[in-house]
Design a protein around this ligand. Sequence first.
Ligand SMILES: Nc1ncnc2c1ncn2[C@@H]1O[C@H](COP(=O)(O)OP(=O)(O)OP(=O)(O)O)[C@@H](O)[C@H]1O
Ligand SMILES: [Mg+2]
Length: 350
Amino acid sequence: MLQLGMTNGIKVYLGEKEGMNKHLTIWGKSGSGKSVAMQIITSRIIENGGTVLAFDLHGTLSEKNIYAPLRDKFAGATNNVEAYTEGIPANLFAPAIFEDGGVERPEDTVSAFCDIIEKTVSLGVRQRAALQRAAKYVLEENLYAQKGLSALEDGLKLQKTDVAANVADKLQFLLGRNIFKDADSDMLIEHGKLNIIRLSKFDDKTQALVSELLLAHIWRRVLSGEIKDLYIMIDEFQNISLKKGSALEKFLVEGRKYGIGLILATQALGINFTNSQQKLLLQSGIQLYFKPAENEIRDVAKILGGTEIAAYSMLLSRLDIGECVALGPIQIGETGTLVSSSPTKLKITV
Ligand SMILES: Nc1ncnc2c1ncn2[C@@H]1O[C@H](COP(=O)(O)OP(=O)(O)OP(=O)(O)O)[C@@H](O)[C@H]1O
Ligand SMILES: [Mg+2]
């Protein structure tokens, strides 16, 4: 069982019965305690033997931003992936393996690779065809193992068309720096570890795009059964695409089926998400509401309890740092009853 926090001196756990998913979203204004809560919960997942893949965006998981009481624990349990200096070990060209042991055909691997790119970079029909040609070349010549993703640039240049040149331009953020490289999959995700993909040295846009690509790659590996029982943690996830068909959307909607839980944190629901995205985020698993900004208190109170907006507004505005209101299936006490719909005030402590 995964402990979230305490209420009135009693331990509160994530309720995992009744087929509820394991997604956790964390909301609250700056300084309210979101990142610390996320880190405390992450450390418990690792202690329970679980595996976490975390995205270090904007330095959220840099040494100085790790909550001091957790630093030693994290240091001993971390697999660092230094994307900027060393590239991300991910075999984007590995064929999927089917349940019966059969191996995906090369043309399908090429298509799947192009799909991953297209989840992040939109391409026209002719551009897609050019990318497909280049990817086929990389696969046939086994160039990814030798040169990483920059081999794709060769495959585009060889075509000597404006269309292919445009695709190379669009993908320059990836190809120029060779962000992805061939490697065994356990270099990316070590079982039982906190695997941190360090992206903070890239500019904001590249951080988001690379995250989206990696998530799409991981989703493909999840579908083919190679990755399961994983928590994916993204602090300040607001710049990662949640549009229809995006990897993050897939994880939110279907991740539970495959044992994938998301832990996502950001400040506010209102500004960054469309209505349907808000709905998706609110339907998924458990939400922890830390103290909202003044102008969001009423909206959050509405989410908590239709008719008791005034009472919940008061509760929210009186939250201290590290306190939150949990909404969703939680279990109070080790053998407690499942409290599924009533919001419960929690304190998050190590
Ligand atoms: N559960 C807690 N117990 C004790 N102290 C806490 C707790 N949560 C937060 N703090 C203190 O408050 C500070 C700010 O918390 P945190 O970084 O988690 O805020 P945040 O909500 O992530 O803010 P931002 O949106 O700016 O990232 C921490 O550095 C820590 O000192
Ligand atoms: Mg934070």
